[in-house]
Design a binder for this molecule. Structure first.
Ligand code: UD1
Ligand code: MG
Length: 478
């Protein structure tokens, strides 16, 4: 990000010559791969990568072309961290989501190619003579893995509903108390599939608790409440760690890469693993998401030429919730969302109204230095934080977890807004916007890598055996 070479010269809405050549070659090469996969047995992973590349090119080109159209339609926002606050297109996550959903839909025949051939007796050949019992069984369709198709379709339904919520929020600025529970309802299709297809509601208990509560604790219906909460938390958590160029997409990309790494750990085991199918499913959803997100990041990185909007944040969170729930690793997902969890917990006093919460809490741009500083919240004249809140704020300030200002009488007059981005600036001092985004993205990566290490190595210290082994024996989710 720092010291980046100048952007290619275009009129702002058309592709440069080199971009045009790049995208044409990508689409051509990917199309060749797609056509060839049908000569083998479908080769779904190769087809998925090819479609992810096409998604990248399509998304990159469409975001560039559609900028003025979005502005004309009223989808625009001021970049608050630039000297002249330029107005740029907003809600470009909608383009990303649309391209991604199209890619997922086009991909449907590939993972089921072998099953379609088996179920229709040779690629749908109608001239085959059927035995009477085959006719009664309906073209062998009972052999088709309907449950896997149901998983895939339920993911698409939940994601589409979330895209609608995001676009609605970008259009109408829906209130928090109205919008936070909508992803929970959008998750119903995936929860139903989880119930029918997997249905595991037990969690493995750590060794010290096992003498009292046993090895497994069955949470029953509470497990579904927990998964609905995951679906509600993920979209909002990405949207709350936002407000500087590139950060929404960069954090999503880091989480996606770490999830892909986690999937690869299962898929690269030399022996067949019971969780292989779930992790393949996760890859099928994540690789195209990485493709379209990289394309969006190229436009949204500092200095941003488009904003991603709430649509991107919600949609991205829902992609993670969907793969976590249907891939049966929602707790592992939690380890990759530690910065988002910390940001939400730190924000709680402002979200619950204990501390004033302005409309925007993104860091403040200082036009004199060109650097970002912690933004502040102030108390209206004559008003003070409640005594207990004041004690807590002073304690946080002493621990260097907050910056406060006091008047001569010792009353708190302002406090830095309680977000991870502002806290990082309290610790690191004023930073340029791209530097701040880079450092927080690296933090996300380091914490996530440690989370995966803890999941696969340290977990053995408090759990009897790793889920790799447990999954085959007891089928618990990780
Ligand atoms: C959430 C945060 C809010 C933060 C905002 C920034 C909570 C409860 N809400 O609100 O504090 O200020 O995200 O996205 O945590 N913008 C920039 N530069 C960027 C990205 C956004 O200036 O790189 C500004 C633009 O004016 C843009 C606006 O933020 O139009 C988008 O804000 P919006 O997504 O509507 O805010 P919320 O999601 O409601
Ligand atoms: Mg937002």
């Amino acid at each position: 990000m720092v010291g980046r070479s100048p952007k290619p010269k275009t009129d702002g809405t058309s592709l440069s010559r080199s971009e045009f050549l790049l995208h044409t070659s990508i689409v051509f090469a990917a199309s060749v791969v797609l056509v060839n996969t049908f000569h083998g047995d479908g080769e779904p992973l190769a087809a998925n990568v090819a479609l992810a590349l096409i998604g990248f090119s399509l998304c990159h080109s469409m975001v560039r072309w559609l900028g003025p159209t979005f502005i004309k339609a009223g989808f625009k926002g001021c970049d608050l961290s630039k000297p002249h606050r330029p107005e740029i297109p907003e809600c470009m996550g909608a383009v990303c989501a649309a391209v991604y959903l199209l890619v997922l839909i086009v991909f449907i025949p590939f993972p089921f190619y072998k099953d379609i051939v088996a179920a229709t007796s040779g690629g749908g050949n109608r001239d085959v003579v059927y035995q009477v019992e085959h006719v009664q069984q309906g073209r062998l369709l009972h052999r088709f893995p309907h449950s896997k198709l149901a998983s895939y379709l339920s993911a698409i339904i939940s994601l589409q509903t979330t895209a609608l919520l995001g676009i609605g929020d970008d259009l109408f600025d829906i209130r928090w108390r109205h919008k936070w529970w909508i992803p929970g309802l959008a998750a119903i299709p995936i929860l139903v599939v989880y119930f029918v297809d997997f249905g595991v509601t037990s969690v493995v208990l750590p060794i010290p608790l096992q003498p009292y509560l046993g090895e497994l604790l069955d949470l029953g219906p509470l497990y579904y409440v927990y998964m609905a909460c995951v679906a509600m938390f993920c979209p909002q958590s990405i949207n709350m760690l936002a407000g500087i160029n590139g950060i929404e997409v960069a954090q999503s990309l880091v989480i996606s890469f770490l999830l892909v790494l986690n999937d690869a750990l299962y898929l690269l085991t030399p022996y067949p693993h019971p969780a292989t199918d779930s992790h393949l499913f996760s890859l099928y959803l994540l690789l195209p998401w990485i493709g379209v997100s990289v394309a969006l990041l190229l436009h949204n990185r500092y200095p941003a030429r488009v904003f991603v909007g709430d649509t991107y944040c919600y949609f991205s969170g829902m992609v993670f919730a969907t793969v976590g729930i249907l891939g049966h690793f929602s707790k592992t997902l939690g380890l990759l969302l530690v910065p988002q969890l910390a940001n939400a917990a730190y924000s709680a006093p402002q979200l619950f109204g204990l501390v004033p919460c302005p409309r925007h809490r993104l860091p403040r741009f200082n036009p004199r230095t060109g650097l970002m500083e912690p933004s502040v919240t102030t108390w209206p004249p004559g008003r003070q934080p409640r005594p207990l809140v004041a004690v807590a704020l002073r304690l946080l300030a002493r621990l260097h977890l907050l910056r406060i200002s006091e008047d001569e009488d010792g009353n708190i007059t302002e406090a830095s807004n309680m977000t991870l981005l502002n806290l990082w600036l309290v610790w690191r001092g004023p930073l340029r916007e791209d530097r701040l985004a880079l450092e927080v993205t690296i933090l996300q990566l380091v914490v996530g890598l440690f989370g995966l290490f803890a999941r696969h190595c340290l977990a053995l210290l408090i759990f009897k055996e790793d889920n790799w082994a447990l999954a085959s024996a007891t089928e618990v989710s990780s």
